[in-house]
Design a protein around this ligand. Structure first.
Ligand SMILES: [Zn+2]
Ligand SMILES: [Zn+2]
Length: 137
């Protein structure tokens, strides 16, 4: 895959290339905060094949109150959440699919993560793999 994306206001732009490491819906409590209450749609890419092409992200390290400790990167101007880097997988970026310029490149999620935090109204596409937590830690 080869794709670009950016934030709501356009200040932050990125490019990523290579084979996706995963395509997932993450249900962790933090993703629910950022998504407005639903799971976050993510694409995992090798960090070495991801780069910001315009702007510098704001960085948040929230190490509290979660099973999914991560660094999260945002647009410091409009607040769009671009990606997260899990402490357990520092060489992988989990990009928010909604920030991709062409979301049709994504296809569909293949797995559901952090299901221990999911709510009754979080419905899943049929037949996708489910994990109670982050399966790579
Ligand atoms: Zn922005
Ligand atoms: Zn999450």
């Amino acid at each position: 895959m080869d794709f670009s994306g950016g934030c709501y206001c356009g200040a932050l732009r990125y490019h990523a290339t290579g084979k996706p490491l995963f395509k997932a819906l993450c249900h962790c409590q933090h993703c629910q905060i950022f998504s407005g209450g639903m799971a976050a749609l993510l694409i995992g890419m090798p960090k070495s094949l991801f780069a910001y092409t315009q702007g510098e992200p704001a960085v948040m390290l929230n190490q509290s109150n979660s099973e999914s400790k991560a660094q999260r990167e945002f647009c410091g101007h409009c607040g769009t959440h671009i990606l997260a880097i899990a402490d357990s997988n520092p060489e992988m970026v989990s990009i928010k699919v909604g920030t991709m310029d062409d979301i049709s490149l994504y296809g569909s999620p293949e797995m559901a993560l952090q299901m221990d935090d999911s709510r009754a109204f979080h419905t899943l596409p049929e037949g996708i793999a489910q994990y109670p937590r982050w399966p790579w830690s």
